[in-house]
Design a protein around this ligand. Sequence first.
Ligand code: ATP
Ligand code: MG
Length: 328
Amino acid sequence: MAISFSLLYTDVSRAIVQGIQAGIDAQTSGAVAPSITQELQQIKVQNLTSIITIIILTTILFGYIIARISLAPTRNALTSQKQFIGNIAHELRTPLSVLKTNTEVALLENHVDPDIKRTLESNVEELDRISEIINNLLSLSTLVRPEHVEMNAVDLSAIVTEAIDKLEELARRGSHQITVRKGPETSVWGNAAALTQIVSNLVKNAIQYSPRSGNIRITVEPAPNNHVDLIVQDAGVGIARKDLFRIFEPFYRGDPSRTRGTGGSGLGLAIVSELVKMHRGKITIRSSVGRGTTVSVSLPGVAGRGKVGAEASAKNVPNEIAVDFSRR
Ligand SMILES: Nc1ncnc2c1ncn2[C@@H]1O[C@H](COP(=O)(O)OP(=O)(O)OP(=O)(O)O)[C@@H](O)[C@H]1O
Ligand SMILES: [Mg+2]
C-alpha cells in the first residue's frame, strides 16, 4: 500500500512538471497545450487500478496464510487419527489370526455336525473379511509417512501380471474375461508393494462391479511426458455422478442397489488415491451408469524420476473425476 501511494505521488508530480513544461513549450511554439487535468485524471485511474489490485492480492495472501494456520490443527488431528487407527488395527491382527486358525482346526474334525460346520465355514469367511478391512486400515495408516516408503524402478507390466494371477480365482467365479495389453517400456519409479495394491484394488473393483461374464480390459502403456498409464476398463454397473465425487472418501460406498452382495468396506479407492498421490501420479475415473467404468492412472516413468510428477451432464456423457497429484 505504501509503495502504491508513493508511486501515485511520484506520477502526479511528474505529470505536473511535464504539463508545465508542455505549457511553456506550447506558448513558445504557438501550439495548443495538452490539458494537465486530463493527464492527472488518467494517472489517477491507473493508480487506482494498481491500488485495488494490490489490495485484492494482499487479501488473498492473508486469506491463504490464515487458512493454512487455522487448518494446521485439523491436519495434525487427522494424522493422529490415522496413526490411532493403525495402532488399533495392528493390535487386532494377532487375536484375529488366532481365532481363524482355531476355527479352521475345528473344521478339520471329522465328526462335526453339518450345521455347526456351516456356521464355522461362514465364520471363516467373515474373519477373512475382517482381516482384509484391518489390512486396508493398516495400509492407510502407514501412508501417513509416505517419505519413509522406498522407491525403485519397477516394471508395471510385471506387477499387473502378478496381481491378475492372485485375482484369477475371483475372476473365474464370475466367469469374467480379463485381457491385458502391454506397451514396450512400462517401468515406473515407485514402490512395488504399493503398485501391486493399486492394480489389485482397481482390478478387484472391475470384477466386483461387473455382471457375470463381464469383460475387463487392462492396458499398461507409455504415455507422453515420461509417464506410464495403467487403464482398467470394465463394462459393469457404472458409477452415478453423485457417488463419483465421493468415492475416494474412506468408507464411502456407492449406491447400495449396485454394491449389494459385493461385501466391500469402501476403503479400496481411498487407498488407491493415497498411493497414487505418493507416486505423484494422476487418477481419472470415467463412468456411465449401466455401461461401465474406466479408471486411468498415470504414473511418472523411470526417466521422469524425481520430477514433480468432473464432470457429467447429458445422458450418454460419462461421469468423470480427475485427481492430479503431480503438482504440489
Ligand atoms: N469399477 C467400478 N464400477 C462401479 N462402481 C465402482 C467401481 N469401482 C468403485 N466403484 C464404487 O465406488 C465405491 C468405492 O469403491 P472402493 O473400492 O473404495 O470400496 P469398495 O469396493 O466398496 O470396498 P473395498 O474396496 O474396501 O473392499 C464402491 O462401493 C462402488 O460403489
Ligand atoms: Mg473396492
